[in-house]
Design a protein around this ligand. Structure first.
Ligand SMILES: Nc1ncnc2c1ncn2[C@@H]1O[C@H](COP(=O)(O)OP(=O)(O)OP(=O)(O)O)[C@@H](O)[C@H]1O
Length: 546
């Protein structure tokens, strides 16, 4: 998945913007120039932003311009210049080195200590192009500048990186850390990587280490709703619990409007993958940045009704081979999410059909149209459906009765698996629902007929890119609701990766009920634009040559 462009959200004009503009105008009058440049002073070049003049050898005249400021770093003693560009903070560490641009999204704090005049700037930076983000801090004293002026510069930068980007600073976070999820690294990841970043951004943290199954559910059920975000340092299991806790909250709708932001430390981290992608692996620093700077994105969730009991599912329901993949690979946890691919290969070799009847309330079955709709939404040509109204209130009522048959379609071929859900990725190696949209009010349902082992195996290679979607044999529809009736007593059902009884159930969609934090406003999965009718590449090239 290639990194998607940052900054796709509109930036409202805020009072902070006005304040900054006033400051800029004052600066134009050169009121901030404390000493005129000496005739012999060399120019310290700041490429494309030549506002800053200084003589580093004399440590003398420093000039602050509207965008730029120079500081003497406390630790190294070197002179560093900081310049505000349109969308980035330009940091120039040395005269003979290329400057580094830190996009505003990655700047998390700037302030001036008015007691000692030290300017502090905290930001995230990737040391290698493909490496993880890491927290960096610059601390230094601007020479010859009054503290109030430096404070104003820092505040202007803060306004650019927060309010001008539509993000509230100092978010109040409820953090749930599951010490036992995945390979049991959640506490270490939180303490070493995540917490320092959240604290650098001056977020307030209320941290709970979950002690048992159901603990996250209890906390979410009674959550005070003045938190800005629920951060889950876990896998998808804890997210499932939080959503179900919200469903039983005194004010379910309001609880669901508190965004959830995942830090991936479980063995299944599909929510993280769908929000952040996997170009940089399970980058906990990237996930922490999303906690600080992500924008609320409304997502659909499902009600699964089984034996009169209603459960919220946010990700998937799996039967047959796809459930075995989860439930049947518990002993391979040490592999991380690679265990799912091993389970898939094992299931294909066994090739057991799943004894169920599948019915659904169809919304769309044309694969090309579904792929085009996805592209239209991503390119902004199709509007997002309106957000649900009213933030307070009970859970939406169920509208599909279990014995409704009007408008329902039954799929009656022998089935190897049924997989239904929301969000393209279910694991790093598997984009199961490539045309899934966060808020279309529909669930993507696929049924694999037990026809050809070869066809399924041929799709495994392209599974990470969602290529299995185009397999002609794969039955893939979008539905308003669906139901499953077991035709034999034994089988597996996994809901959001958790084991459920293999009994009749029905699922329906609640459009835009839940909220997550996203950097992009859409799922971070790149699904290839090809269609089944497109000519092979080499033929196209030959055709173009004539
Ligand atoms: N202290 C604890 N001891 C045992 N289980 C716990 C504890 N805290 C939470 N859990 C349970 O761990 C389960 C898995 O959590 P998590 O979301 O972190 O990872 P996962 O990827 O879904 O699953 P896993 O990594 O366990 O395969 C959740 O269902 C949760 O209830």
């Amino acid at each position: 998945m290639s990194r998607l462009p940052v900054g796709t959200f509109t930036s409202p004009t805020t009072p902070g913007t006005a304040a900054r503009n006033v400051a800029l105008n004052i600066c134009k009058l050169d009121l901030f120039c404390l000493r005129p440049p000496q005739p012999e002073a060399r120019v310290l070049s700041v490429p494309s932003a030549p506002q800053l003049l200084a003589d580093p050898s004399e440590q003398a005249p420093l000039h602050m311009t509207p965008q730029g400021i120079a500081i003497r770093e406390i630790n190294s003693g070197r002179l560093v210049t900081l310049t505000r560009e349109d969308n980035a903070l330009r940091v120039n560490f040395a005269e003979n080195k290329a400057p580094v641009d830190i996009v505003y999204r990655q700047v998390v704090w700037a302030s001036c200590n008015t007691d000692n005049g030290v300017l502090e700037v905290a930001y995230l930076r990737r040391k290698k192009k493909v490496g993880a983000l890491a927290l960096a801090r610059l601390e230094g004293k601007p020479e010859g500048l009054e503290n109030t002026i430096v404070s104003q510069w820092a505040e202007n930068l803060m306004t650019s990186v927060y309010e001008d980007s539509g993000v509230q600073r100092r978010r109040r976070l409820k953090v749930l850390v599951n010490p036992y999820g995945g390979v049991k690294k959640a506490v270490a990841v939180f303490v070493k990587t995540v917490e320092p970043i959240l604290r650098a951004a001056q977020c307030s943290l209320d941290v709970t280490h979950t002690t048992h199954n159901g603990h996250a559910y209890d906390i979410a059920k009674d959550l005070p709703l003045d938190f800005d975000v629920v951060v889950t340092v876990s896998g998808d299991g804890v997210v499932h619990e939080v959503m179900n806790g919200f469903a039983h909250h005194a004010d379910p709708r309001k609880a669901f409007s508190v965004p959830i932001a995942p830090i991936p430390t479980g063995s299944g981290n599909a929510l993280f993958l769908n929000l952040l992608g996997h170009k940089h692996g399970f980058d906990a620093a990237e996930a922490a940045l999303n906690v600080i700077k992500g924008k609320p994105m409304k997502v659909d969730v499902f009600s699964l009704t089984q034996d009169g009991k209603r459960t919220i599912s946010f990700m998937s329901q799996a039967l047959g081979l796809m459930a075995d993949l989860d439930i049947g690979t518990e002993n391979l946890r040490w592999m991380g999410d690679t265990r799912f691919m091993v389970g898939l290969l094992r299931g294909v070799i066994q090739f057991k059909s799943c004894p169920i009847q599948l019915s659904y309330k169809l919304a769309e079955s044309d694969k090309v149209k579904m792929a085009n709709d996805l592209r239209a939404r991503r390119s902004g040509k199709a509007d997002a459906p309106p957000a649900s109204t009213g933030e307070s209130g009970p859970l939406p009522p169920l509208v599909n009765l279990p014995d409704d048959t009007d408008g329902w379609t039954t799929y009656d071929k022998p089935i190897l698996y049924v997989y239904a859900g929301k969000g393209p990725f279910v694991a790093r190696d598997y984009m199961a629902f490539p045309v899934s949209l966060p808020d279309d009010g529909l669930i993507d349902v696929m049924a694999q007929p037990a026809s050809s082992r070869k066809e399924i195996l041929s799709a495994v290679g392209g599974a990470a890119k969602g290529e299995g979607y185009w397999q002609p044999g794969l039955h893939y529809v979008k539905a308003h609701a669906y139901r499953v009736k077991p035709l034999a007593p034994k089988g597996h059902l996994a809901v959001d990766g958790e084991i459920f009884p293999f009994q009749e159930y029905q699922v329906e969609v609640h459009q835009k009920l839940a909220t997550v934090l996203s950097p992009y406003g859409y799922y971070a999965a790149d699904f290839a634009a090809r269609t089944p009718t497109a000519p092979p590449r080499d033929k196209m090239r030959k055709g173009n040559e004539h």
